[in-house]
Structures are given as C-alpha cells and as structure tokens.
Design a protein around this ligand. Structure first.
Ligand code: F6P
Length: 408
C-alpha cells in the first residue's frame, strides 16, 4: 500500500468508537499508508471539503492511548443519507473527484446500518465508474442491531454501563419505607438489546429490575398498569426498564401518546424520548405514589470511564481488520464479529458483503422475551454477559478522565 486512505465516523457515537478509529489509523500506518485522512462529520464533511491529516492530530503513543479512551466520535459525525446513484449522480462525481484529488486508495466508514448504506452506494458507484478505490465498513452502534455480526462494538460498553447504573438506581430506591416507582428509559431505537442489559443488574448483591419492556413486542398499557398495581402491593421500591422504542399495538411510540413534538432525521428516524416520563406520570396519577423517570440518554453511549475491555479491544480489532481486508483487495464489505466459543469467550473477525447489512435492523428474537413480555430469558443474559467483561482504566488527570481533543 503506497497511497493514502480516508476514514470517517457516522451515526450515533459510542464510548469506544475512537478505538476503531485508532485501529484503522495504526494498522494503515503500520502497513505503509502514506497519509491517513479523517473526514470531519463523515461524508457530509467530505462533501464540504472538511477533512484533516490524522498524523497532525495523533502524534504520540499517549495520544493513541487517550484517543482509545475518548468517548464520542473524535472526527464528528453526521446523519447524512446519500441520494440514490440515479438521482444524485453529481454528488457521487463530487465525492470521487475529491477522493482522486487526495490520492485515496481505500475509504473506511465507522458506523451502523444507516452508515453502511453509504458504503454500499459508494462501492456500487465505484463498480459503475470502474474505480479501484476500496470501500469498507467498520461496525459500531450501541444498539447492537446490525445483521450478520454476533454483536457490534459499542454495545458491550453501553450494556455494562446500563447494568451498573441500574444496580445503583435499585439500591438508591431501597432507602425509604414508602412506595415509589422508577422507570428507566434505555436507548436502542427499535431493537431491545440494550434494554435487555438491565437484566444483568440481578446478582447476589442486587434483586434486579422488576420488569423489562422491549420494542420487539407491542406494549399493552392496560396490562402494564395491572402489573404495576400487583407489584405495588408486594414491595415499596419498584424499578422498571423500558426501551425508548416501545410501541402500542397501533404502531405509535408510547411517548407519542403524550403531547410530544419529535425531531426526525435524514433516515426518517424520530427522536425517541419521553416514554418513561409518560408512564411515570400515568402511574403517579393513577396510584398516587412517588415516581421518577430516568432517561439514560447520551450517558449510556459516552461513559468512557466504564468501558468493557472486551468491547474496546474488539472495536480496535474491527478497525484493523477492515484495513487489512481493503489492502488485500476487498471492497463493498463490512467487518463482522463471529463468536467461536462462549466459554472461554472467543470472537474472531470476518468480512461480509455490505448488501447483507446496510439498512437492516437485527432485533432480539421474540422467544428470548418471557413472562408475558415483561422480562428476558437466560439465553439473552448469557449472550450479553461476556461482552461486558473487564475494564480499561481511564487516564485520570486532576481527578477526571482525560480525553484527546481535536484542535482545528
Ligand atoms: O443509533 C444509536 C442511537 O444512540 C440510538 O440508540 C438512539 O435512538 C439514537 O442513536 C439517537 O440519535 P441522535 O444522537 O441522533 O439523537
């Protein structure tokens, strides 16, 4: 490899997404790439002529260590949907002209299923214009909803954070001797993988959450209220985990049952927020008890002080594997993780055709949702547990985790 490469980050960030960036950067440099460019705000930035030479921003081994531990996309992100090739030829011409000007031999995009749509379209266009540039997807998303991969980098750390704070919330709830409900709202859009991680809170030292509601099955409010009333007769502190994406049978999100204005992004995704508040208010009004709604919101995807070492290591590996594959001639592919063994936990990387991944959402199998749709099965817990293992300590400066800042 004697030319240059370019890398971008796209979609919602994770706490280990920069470990993948380091994986791409370091592996490309080690394998002889001249320059490693970084798009600012993904493909949108490239279209606006915004990019950096990463060597000017990652200068020392300490920078590498800090960047791995820095949450949220170092290069900035975007939720930009490329037009179809037939409708937006000029956009593709502009991107390919830019790539030619920068002497790019391989293009890497770190993202989820929407971002893989970008890799798919760019690799399709490369075939059309007979370009030799290689296009590779590097998977990431806390939602864990990418098809054909055992799991996605970013998920394990978010799951670890969710399980840990859920334990703390449950413990906090035990202090008073009067009834109270806490509803925890967890991200994941239309897939319940993240919400399921609340089940890991149950351990020798913690009774765990009382109910878990995933978006894979319709949410029945009457049934929910009945269960809530039954629980309130048995104990004081009740903690319930819900997915931000739970929907009632007619297809409306629960938060849409309240007066709610929601932002919609370029991929048509509504901003999902407010279901916990809606349900907490309803319980408060009907039962006359104290309630709290806790939205974990961006905390769960930026908690770099509590990453899983398994996750941060795999995030690096998928970045490196993408570079290796591209340098060996692969294109139009995404790196996937294959679980070879559970005990001991072993995962290897492989590459998969991007067409089998782009725009597809992998959901929790419904047979893993149990107890009248109010909890998750042991199989699901068994699947998640290896992904949250071990830690990588932050570099602490002046009492706080230190991050690497992009100085422009
Ligand atoms: O795609 C990951 C994710 O964190 C989802 O879980 C969440 O619904 C969404 O991003 C939020 O998107 P944004 O950061 O654009 O508000």
């Amino acid at each position: 490899m004697h030319g240059n490469i370019i890398v971008g980050q796209s979609g919602g960030p994770t706490s280990v997404i920069n470990s993948s960036l380091v994986g791409v950067y370091k592996t490309a440099k080690d394998r002889g790439a001249k320059k490693v460019y970084g798009m600012l705000h993904g493909i949108k930035g490239l279209l606006d002529d915004q990019y950096v030479d990463l060597s000017e921003h990652i200068k020392t081994d300490l920078d590498i260590d800090l960047l791995k531990r820095t949450p949220s996309s170092f290069l900035g992100s975007c939720r930009y949907k490329l037009p179809s090739i037939s409708e937006g030829k000029e956009v593709y011409e502009k991107i390919f002209a830019k790539l030619k000007e920068l002497d790019i031999e391989a293009f890497f995009y770190i993202g989820g299923n929407d971002s893989m749509d970008t890799i798919k379209k760019l690799s399709d266009y490369a075939i059309l214009v007979d370009s030799n540039i290689k296009f590779m997807g590097v998977p990431k998303t806390i939602d864990n909803d990418l098809a054909t991969t055992d799991h996605t980098p970013g998920y394990g750390s978010a799951a670890k954070y969710i399980a840990a704070v859920t334990k703390e919330i449950i413990r906090d709830g035990l202090v008073y001797d009067y009834p109270q409900f806490t509803i925890i709202e967890i991200m994941g859009r239309n897939a319940g993988w993240l919400t399921a991680a609340a089940a890991l809170s149950k351990s020798e030292d913690c009774e765990g959450v009382d109910m878990i509601f995933l978006p894979e099955v319709p949410f029945d409010i009457d049934n929910f209220m009945e269960k809530v009333k039954e629980l309130s007769k048995k104990k004081n502190s009740i903690v319930i985990a819900i997915s931000e994406g739970i929907k009632v049978a007619d297809g409306r999100y629960v938060f849409e049952l309240a007066d709610h204005v929601s932002f919609t992004d370029a991929f048509g995704h509504k901003q999902l927020s407010g279901s916990a508040k809606f349900l907490a208010n309803k319980i408060g009004a009907e039962l006359g008890v104290k309630t709290r709604a806790i939205e974990l919101s961006t905390l769960q995807r930026s908690a770099a002080h509590m990453t899983s070492r398994v996750d941060i290591t795999e995030a690096f590996q998928v970045g490196g594997a993408a570079v290796k594959a591209a340098f060996e001639g692969e294109t139009g592919k995404v790196i996937v993780l294959e679980r070879v063994s559970d005990d001991p936990y072993i995962c290897i990387t492989n590459s998969q055709d991007v067409r089998k991944i782009a725009n597809i959402e992998k959901k929790v199998p419904v047979e893993w949702i149990i107890n009248d749709n109010t909890y998750v099965s042991d199989e699901l817990i068994h699947y998640i547990r290896p992904l949250i293992q071990a830690e990588l300590s932050p570099v602490m400066v002046d009492g706080l985790p230190r991050h690497l800042k992009l100085n422009l």
